[in-house]
Write a protein of this length. Structure first.
Length: 369
């Protein structure tokens, strides 16, 4: 009996040892820069941080399927929000989308990684108008993503006559007629104060304290009759009939709303507004730079960039994408704006430290009331 006991125990031990040899070792958590099996040199994950409603998310899935890289996608509300997150030490992001003036500000602060454009061969397809911008000469830190304008969107089924001026956003006599269904303004410091400055006949980059106080007073007089302050969820609201009928808006977003309700129309006020360009950039803190460059290159391929424009209705800086872009988009002068219109618009420029302090105070006063 004893003998059989030992034989049996011995067999069990042998089996356990053998099983141990074939069983996979427990995996250690992946290091940030661990490579994926499929594409040599690519990280397992990529953290992408973009504006809301600003990509055809099917492209993210396509990229994941083609490369095996998993994309962790998140959104921010404004350039200032993006900057605050990076400055607060959010080091996990690999690809971010700052606008023109914010690229300049981030370069100055040392927050961006220098790009190796030889890893981004699709850069060759970027149009002359979009490349080598004043905010980043030689595109050392940024690759153009989309560009566009900021003006007024309205539902032509409700708003009549058609707005042609910023007074439709700032004159209480007009604005308060739409108190119920409803006006939205962009919750964006540079854009909203900039629009009020333009309404008053000043530059969107003005730092004169008296002018900024005037802009604040214009905003505070209209504010009680505005329904919402929103720049990230407002496309959804534009799609709900009667919810929002008029607003301060980025052009592409109004065209997306028009897919649901064809009354939605975009107009540039006669006082002029903002022309801008948003960009891919890599935070200096990214540990997955090669993968980030690979993603930027992939997104800038002509057919991919065209699919993205066909979804978000913003003009692509990728010249070679044009042949794949829906003609309705390509031929719309409110999307592919002509040079003459652009010459009446302004780019937002980085402010001086003193100027920024006044803007910040005015913005705080606007938000506090
Ligand atoms: C799209 C965001 C546009 C960004 N919802 C404007 N710079």
């Amino acid at each position: 009996m004893k003998k059989w006991f030992w034989v049996f125990t011995g067999l069990v031990v042998l089996l356990l040892v053998a099983a141990q040899c074939v069983a996979p070792a427990t995996e250690a958590p992946p290091a940030a820069t661990e490579e994926v099996a499929g594409e040599p040199g690519l990280a397992k994950e990529l953290y992408v941080f973009n504006w809301a409603d600003y990509i055809d998310e099917e492209l993210l899935t396509m990229y994941e399927e083609e490369t095996g890289v998993k994309i962790i996608y998140d959104t921010f509300d404004s350039n200032e929000d993006l900057l605050a997150k990076l400055q607060a030490g959010a080091t996990g992001y690999d690809v971010i989308f700052p606008s023109d003036y914010m690229v300049a500000q981030m370069i100055e602060l040392g927050l961006l990684a220098e790009l190796d454009l030889s890893n981004i061969p699709n850069f060759q397809h970027i149009a002359d108008f979009n490349k080598d911008p004043a905010y980043d000469p030689g595109n050392k830190y940024s690759v153009p993503y989309f560009w566009g304008t900021t003006g007024i969107g309205y539902d032509a089924n409700v708003v009549d006559p058609p707005p042609d001026s910023w007074s439709w956003i700032f004159d209480p006599e007009i604005v308060c007629q739409y108190e119920g269904g409803g006006i939205n303004v962009l919750d964006d410091q540079r854009e909203l104060i900039g629009a009020a400055l333009r309404y008053l006949g000043y530059s969107v980059n003005d730092t004169d304290e008296a002018h900024l106080n005037e802009a604040r007073d214009v905003i505070l007089a209209a504010k009680p009759c505005w329904k919402t302050f929103d720049s990230s969820g407002y496309i959804d609201n534009l799609m709900i009939p009667g919810e929002i009928v008029l607003g301060h808006a980025w052009n592409g977003d109004v065209f997306v709303a028009a897919e649901e309700n064809e009354g939605w129309t975009y107009v540039m006020p006669k006082e002029g507004g903002v022309v801008w360009q948003d960009n891919f950039a890599i935070p200096a803190s990214s540990t997955r730079k090669a993968t980030a460059e690979h993603f930027i290159n992939w997104m800038s391929g002509p057919e991919i960039a065209a699919q993205n424009t066909n979804y978000v209705w913003y003009p692509s800086p990728v010249e070679a994408a044009k042949e794949f872009i829906d003609p309705d988009i390509l031929e719309d002068p409110s999307i592919y704006v002509d040079d003459e219109t652009i010459s009446q618009l302004e780019w937002l420029e980085p402010l001086t430290t003193e100027g920024l302090a006044i803007w910040d105070r005015v913005w705080t006063e606007i938000k506090a009331q």
